[in-house]
Design a binder for this molecule. Structure first.
Ligand SMILES: *Cc1c(COP(=O)(O)O)cnc(C)c1O
Length: 490
């Protein structure tokens, strides 16, 4: 399996870029995102053979199609170590932790079926663990092979940072330097990150807001000499291995919800950076019988606007709202370029021009109207994409109603998904909503909706009172560079 950039790098047939080569990197050298030169296909026979596999074995079958340069026995050892009931132990009491992503039927009536697929049973109670745990093991494996080391440097306002830290803790050859805005995260999220005592996890609380943290990361990344010497890398949502790891649970969800390949399902995905649903798109391109891919957004509706009109218009900071489903508060969907590549049928020159326009003019228009940049919006339906939007009042109402009717408490992001999923239910096509976090993570809104606290999985009862380990720092680039160098000795 060979890879190319959405903007054309390595596109020629004689150039070779492998999975291992892009594993530790981010953007391609031309600023594009990596994709396989063609999507591997899954035949109906193969799909049947996968029906009864364990999650770990299914992950191996999917991954080996993409990571063909990793010896199969090594890859199998990695998936077996990653997808265990021990790692994904935070299943609800009536769920099987062995299933890794257990399904729960919420509603089944007159041919309309609504299912929740739990992706948030990992160590940080959000779906990012599904891919990040695999990434931790893949990184450790690749670094040991090259006798190398890696210093992951990033900024977080919540879910991504903690998922990265729990995936990399104790891993040989890896350190994590994570910036977060001092006293701006929820008590639960702060405790999750700062209670880690592993020496390779370095938490830095910055006096400032999230944007100050992100500016520091950008400043350090722009110092190429420092970055190279200190072996700095990232684990952001455009990382290709993260996307591929997410493809697996679409297969698992489909295979668990159906009995034969003539049946179709749809997926609704609470979306921000388009990473999660991009994996669904790839599963569909591989031949998985998915009818619709429903993009659910919150008040930050960049994606809903595109899937309704064909106009992609990124938002400025002042237009990006802080909502009660904060992990979907994005102004620009970093993985969206991967879908546009397919929508443009692999025309890398046109794609590069469109995304240049995003930088200079704030967006592009594929609606086909006079003066637009193209008419590909009319092809969007062929890819199964539709969308919808959910706001704070919808979230509260959905949390209440799901609790009342089905006895399940869902988190705010999942509530956005369920609200939008209802708009696209079809008779005879099971609708699977991806549960992207457990409610304990967003307790403030659960209290607002239900007047009580969310349940916490075992082991999280007193997390706020655990000893915390972090450093406080001003938003000063030279100070963070000095701190990194002091830890690495490089
Ligand atoms: C990250 C996140 C999302 C958004 O996922 P994308 O891949 O960015 O679209 C949704 N819900 C939760 C809980 C998340 O942590």
């Amino acid at each position: 399996m060979q890879y190319l950039s959405t903007r054309g790098y390595a596109a020629s047939s004689d150039s070779t870029v492998s999975f291992s080569e892009i594993l530790l990197g981010g953007l391609a050298p031309d600023g594009g995102l990596y994709l396989p030169k063609s999507y591997p296909q899954v035949s109906p026979d193969e799909l049947n053979a996968w029906r009864n596999l364990s999650y770990a074995d299914l992950a191996f079958e999917v991954l080996r199609k993409f990571a063909s340069d990793i010896p199969e026995s090594d890859l199998k050892a990695i998936t077996t170590k990653t997808y265990t009931a021990e790692v994904y132990k935070n299943a609800r009491q009536d769920e099987s932790a062995l299933a890794i992503t257990p399904l729960r039927t919420l509603q089944e009536k007159d041919g309309f079926k609504l299912i929740l697929q739990a992706l948030s049973n990992g160590p940080t109670l959000a779906f990012k663990d599904m891919a990040m745990q695999l990434l931790g093991n893949l990184f450790e494996y690749a670094l040991a092979k090259n006798h190398s080391e890696l210093n992951i440097f990033g900024a977080t306002s919540g879910d991504t940072g903690s998922a990265a830290e729990y995936a990399m803790r104790g891993k040989k050859g890896i350190r994590v330097f994570m910036l977060s805005p001092h006293k701006k995260m929820s008590a639960f999220q702060t405790a999750q990150m700062f209670s880690l005592q592993d020496p390779n996890i370095i938490n830095i609380a910055v006096n400032g807001v999230f944007d100050d943290c992100q500016d520091m990361v950008k400043a350090v990344s722009n110092d190429l000499e420092f970055k190279r010497r200190q072996k700095i890398g990232t684990v952001n949502s455009i990382n290709w291995a993260r996307v591929v790891a997410q493809v697996v649970y679409y297969f698992r969800g489909y295979l668990s919800a159906t009995t034969n390949n003539d049946q179709q399902v749809s997926f609704t995905v609470p979306s921000g950076n388009f990473g999660n649903i991009c994996a669904g798109h790839i599963a569909r391109m591989m031949g998985l019988p998915i009818a619709q891919l429903v993009v659910a957004t919150n008040e930050n509706d960049v994606l809903d606007e595109f899937f309704r009109t064909g106009i992609y218009r990124v938002r400025k900071s002042a237009e990006t709202y802080h909502t009660t489903s904060p992990s979907m508060d994005i102004s620009k969907a970093s993985n969206f370029e991967r879908f546009i590549y397919d929508l443009l049928d692999g025309d890398t020159a046109r794609l590069a021009a469109l995304f240049k326009k995003v930088d200079t003019e704030g967006g592009f228009d594929l609606s086909g109207q006079a003066g637009s940049d193209g008419d590909e919006f009319k092809k969007v339906a062929q890819f199964g994409f539709v969308s919808g939007k959910s706001i704070h009042a919808d979230r509260l109402q959905t949390i209440r109603q799901v609790e009342q009717d089905y006895g399940v408490t869902v988190d705010t992001h999942t509530a956005d998904g369920i609200k939008v999923a209802r708009e696209y239910m079809q008779a005879g096509v099971t609708m699977i909503v991806l549960e992207t976090a457990l409610p304990a993570k967003f307790n403030e809104t659960i209290r607002e909706a239900l007047g009580r606290d969310a349940e916490r999985p075992a082991g999280f009862e007193n997390i706020e009172s655990l000893p915390q380990r972090f450093e406080v720092m001003d938003a000063d680039v030279s100070k963070i560079k000095a701190l990194i160098a002091a830890h690495t000795g490089l």
